[in-house]
Design a protein. Structure first.
Length: 327
């Protein structure tokens, strides 16, 4: 298996997890400008639709970015998170995915692309392009997206339950789960920075407020003032309230969420865990000290790496005509 630009560290990771994730794809068959001849305006069309959506529903930026993450971490970046199941057994039906939003926006993009170039642009590529465009729309840096993915035809809620990394994960779990997907510790902390936009439902973190160790206690690592504010928003049995992951800056792609983590105000256990590793903490400290001097560039690079996970290309998979169902 090729290991471009990652050298020995990447090779070691692949060997470590070869038996855990057989034949983990590293993005073979992807390239920037894949649709240049077959659908030359593809990326322009995606950008235009996302611009229209962001002008009237800017709160969808976080959810649309999250869709790409949740797609790639289950079966790879092959659009399986978009599939519907008549028996409600698809990935989107798994409990961790109940809060996913933005499916109608993806359908809107797909409709526009099908009108311009029928049967050409995959739903998996749409997710990757949309993620980039919402990052740019909220103030992040443009990065080139590799395209050429095909769509898968399998989607199960059981796999989503097993493979999605829980918000309660500690640093050991996070590092192992990212490494299994060919992502480094740096990618872990960089991609966690995506929490700078978007919101979360109370159940994703309420254990930190009311029952951290199963004894009705709170997470001692949480800033006490932040803890008090979260309790005002989320009562013990609240299942529906949305809380900003980056209060006051939820619609701006910036490094303020890193500042919050350093102040013990990260919303999730997995955010707080970034302080428990010397490498992730050093990255946080550096970005805070330098005003995010490399974060925006790093984020684009890590997103490209994530977008190579488990891809289907060339004769594997298909290009769905409708993103919610196989052809």
């Amino acid at each position: 298996m090729a290991c471009p630009k990652l050298f020995l560290s990447c090779l070691l990771l692949q060997l470590m997890f070869l038996f855990l994730v057989p034949e983990a794809a590293q993005g073979q068959g992807l390239k920037v400008g894949f649709y240049r001849k077959a659908c030359p305006n593809a990326e322009i069309i995606v950008k235009e639709v996302i611009g229209q959506v962001m002008s009237v529903a800017p709160s969808l930026s976080g959810p649309l970015l999250r869709l790409h993450f949740h797609d790639c971490f289950v079966r790879g970046c092959e659009g399986s998170v978009l599939l519907n199941s008549p028996t409600y057994q698809a990935e989107k039906d798994a409990h961790p995915n109940h809060s996913l939003r933005g499916f109608q926006t993806i359908d809107r993009v797909k409709t526009a692309l099908e009108k311009a170039c029928p049967g050409i642009v995959s739903c998996a590529d749409i997710l990757a392009l949309v993620a980039r465009d919402v990052v740019v729309a909220t103030g992040g840096l443009f990065y080139y997206v590799e395209t050429g993915r095909k769509d898968g035809n399998v989607s199960t809620s059981k796999e989503a339950l097993n493979d999605l990394i829980p918000s309660k994960a500690n640093i050991t779990t996070l590092k192992i789960d990212f490494a299994k997907r060919g992502l480094s510790v740096k990618d872990l902390v960089v991609l966690s920075g995506g929490h700078t936009i978007g919101t979360s439902h109370c159940p994703s973190f309420s254990n930190r407020l009311y029952n951290f160790t199963g004894k009705g206690d709170t997470d001692p690592t949480l800033d006490s003032n932040y803890l008090a504010r979260l309790k005002l928003s989320c009562k013990p049995d609240d299942q529906t309230t949305l809380v900003e992951m980056d209060p006051g800056s939820v619609r701006t792609f910036d490094i303020k969420y890193f500042n919050l983590i350093a102040k013990r105000r990260g919303l999730f256990t997995s955010d707080a865990a970034l302080l428990d590793d010397s490498q992730t903490k050093a990255y946080l400290d550096f970005q805070i000290k330098t005003g995010g001097s490399t974060f925006f560039k790093d984020f684009g690079e890590s997103m490209v790496k994530m977008g190579r996970i488990g891809v289907l290309t060339e004769t594997a998979g298909e290009v769905r005509k409708v993103c919610s169902k196989v052809n």
